[in-house]
Write a protein that binds this ligand. Structure first.
Ligand SMILES: *Cc1c(COP(=O)(O)O)cnc(C)c1O
Length: 434
């Protein structure tokens, strides 16, 4: 009953204000550039710029201006060790040792390098397990890795189906782990529904079958704590431009469990060479110590610099605190939508994200028959969501800079968009970059 006394209390503007007053992370809001009057709920696609990240970029520019090539050793931090230093700063977010994480490459390129390292089909063990709900880039990359190994792009890639179009059951994933499987590669959090997989359980199951397992953590890095060492995950990779707020196209990150440090990287380049001897320019290969060996090329310093500032903020806030606030905010948003009656037939919204805290990531998938128009109507009202086909409006409250009052306003907009019929006047196609 939307108008019962408890619901009226929960859905009141005053309640949202109270939650903001109690929000221990509220002090971080002013560290970010937020457009006045705009509610930004797309930080899971591209995080906003912080003053800390901006300062770090300006500092890198000044160092280039003043030091030229000497910046490689004289900048602070020296560019030559920037990937390693950022890896060390990122490691606590992943439950990893400092030398198991490196900031390098981009998500799909890191996927290629890690799959080229860990996918070693032989005999009848040739299959890769992924899912039918995976991000397309991962599927394209896996097919091309299978082709490089002279495999069959269709039969060697097992895309485990979803029962409901939103989630994939861990039992189904585990059931697919047979002796024919050479690699498991899964998202930590599904990009559409926001379902979070139980990485510990899946890792244990894969290892029971002697299968290496890796995770694409694009949608968990910076918003969910990971325990890769404890879980025994073999490898992982992620982007730094989503919840890590390091800017469009910023450098990615990867993890290699130290038990694999003796492996040769699948795709080598001089940036993965033993650092002290990299400039000996020898043709014989010698791996850098640790995950650094999985670097290929010169680090794009200006695209890595923002991460210095971003990691400072995330370190100050603490990943456990970020996760707790993220869960509280997504919970609030989902409850607001339901208690305001928006999942009733008249409004037609539906929540596609699992409700259990241990099964969801940092965003909420709101489904609607007229999804593209709802997304457009929100933008016309200065709310920035994103849209994923066929009918999903993704809303990501970012614990560092989204307030409960903003979420309260978004729910009012969702209601008014339907009750006013506004959305009907808008184009039903999605935008080129949705
Ligand atoms: C965002 C995202 C990517 C992005 O890949 P890029 O190589 O950085 O363009 C990859 N995988 C998933 C699951 C993502 O969400």
């Amino acid at each position: 009953m939307p108008d019962s006394p408890t619901n009226l209390r929960f859905t009141s503007e005053a309640h949202a204000r109270e939650l903001d007053e109690r929000d221990a992370l509220a002090r971080f809001r002013e560290r970010f550039y937020r457009q006045p009057g705009v509610i930004y709920l797309d930080g899971n696609s591209l995080g906003l710029l912080s003053k800390d990240a901006e300062d770090a970029v300006l500092k890198a520019l000044a160092e280039w201006k003043n030091l030229g090539i000497n910046g490689w050793l004289k900048a602070d931090p020296p560019w030559f060790f920037l990937g390693e230093q950022l890896g060390e700063l990122s490691a606590p977010l992943f439950g990893a040792g400092a030398d198991e994480v490196i900031v390098t490459g981009t998500t799909t390129v890191n996927l290629h390098n890690l799959v080229a390292t860990f996918y070693r089909p032989s005999g009848t063990r040739r299959k890769i397990i992924a899912t039918e709900l995976d991000f397309p880039s991962d599927v394209y990359a896996l097919r091309s890795q299978i082709a490089l190994q002279h495999g069959d792009q269709e039969s060697d890639l097992v895309l485990v189906p979803s029962c409901d179009g939103r989630t994939v059951s861990e039992d189904d994933l585990i059931a697919a782990m047979s002796d024919e499987v050479a690699l498991v590669l899964l998202p930590s959090v599904f990009y559409r529904s926001g379902q979070l997989l139980d990485m510990a359980r899946l890792t244990a199951a894969a290892h029971e079958h002697d299968i290496p397992i890796g995770f694409d953590c694009a949608h968990s890095a910076g918003v969910i704590p990971h325990r890769f060492d404890e879980w025994g995950v073999d490898f992982a990779f992620w982007c730094n431009y989503k919840y890590l707020n390091a800017g469009p196209g910023s450098v990615g990150g990867l993890y290699v469990n130290r038990k694999h440090f003796d492996r040769l990287p699948g795709l080598s380049g001089w940036w993965g060479y033993q650092k002290e001897r990299q400039f000996d320019m020898l043709h014989s290969w010698e791996s850098a110590a640790g995950a650094g060996a999985w670097q290929i090329s010169t680090i794009p310093v200006l695209s890595a610099a923002p991460l210095i500032g971003s990691l400072r903020i995330i370190g100050e806030a603490g990943i456990e605190k970020l996760r707790a606030t993220s869960l509280a905010q997504t919970d609030y948003l989902m409850e607001m939508i339901e208690r305001s009656g928006l999942t009733n037939q008249d409004y037609g919204y539906r929540i596609g994200t699992p409700r259990e805290p241990e099964r969801r990531g940092g965003h909420v998938a709101v489904e609607h028959e007229h999804g593209p128009q709802i997304a457009r109507a929100l933008k016309a009202r200065n709310v920035i969501p994103d849209f994923r086909p066929p009918n999903i409006v993704r809303l990501a409250p970012i614990p560092l800079y989204t307030s409960y009052h903003e979420l309260w306003q978004v729910v009012q907009h969702l209601r008014e968009i339907i009750s006013s019929g506004d959305y009907r006047k808008l184009d039903a196609g999605r935008e080129m970059v949705a």
